[in-house]
Design a protein. Structure first.
Length: 77
């Protein structure tokens, strides 16, 4: 899964400013607010649960959203 910022950057470079702006608007409404960061208690890995029900696994989450930068997460059993 491509991050929101990478998607918008790619669309802007490929299709121009206005296409990038429309992509930003769409992605912003899908990505924020409404995500929850969980640490899976069984395997110790992080999961990002998005508002639309999809789950982003740790290797696809921006490092700035994970510890040591962010300690705002819930433990998931």
């Amino acid at each position: 899964m491509e991050s929101c910022s990478n998607f918008v950057y790619r669309k802007t470079r490929k299709d121009g400013f206005f296409s990038g702006l429309m992509s930003l608007k769409k992605r912003f409404s899908q990505c924020r607010p409404g995500y929850t960061l969980y640490k899976n208690d069984h395997n110790g890995r992080f999961e990002l649960h998005l508002k639309d029900g999809s789950i982003v696994m740790e290797e696809q989450i921006s490092p700035t959203m994970l510890p040591p930068y962010n300690f705002n997460y819930l433990i998931k059993n």
